[in-house]
Design a protein around this ligand. Sequence first.
Ligand SMILES: [Mg+2]
Length: 156
Amino acid sequence: MTLIVFDLDFTLWDAGGTWCDHTRPPFGKHDGKIYDADNRHIRLYPDVLPLLEELHRSDYDMAVASKTGEPDWARTLLELFQIRHYFRYEEIYPANKVRHFRRLAAASGVEFEHMLFFDDEYPNIRDVGALGVHAVHIRNGITRHIVMTALDNFAI
Ligand SMILES: [Mg+2]
């Protein structure tokens, strides 16, 4: 079994040029777009919706690992973007991500060697990679190409 794990800020979404815990709720939806109280446009990267749907249809288990300081805000955004149901596991709280992955392993029964992780912050890649997780550094938001290439490369 394989578990595909995503960071949130600057991996799945761009919270108006900042991290979601630097925005100002309440969040609102206008013309299908999500804004915070300061009119920051919070958006998913373009491939995210079709990618999550494709991975879901391919029966991959997926999880979120976020160390945001405002877990409730992140969960609200997952709901507003209507993507929360794609993730079988959520680990959202401030801590070194090694902790998130230990919990994911315990909850899922998936070994680190069978996990694939995408995150924009290199220290998370380094720390989680040291567990044996296949960790991929994201520079300009997730893309379908990055995920599919990683799945091919690791053949997991
Ligand atoms: Mg991030």
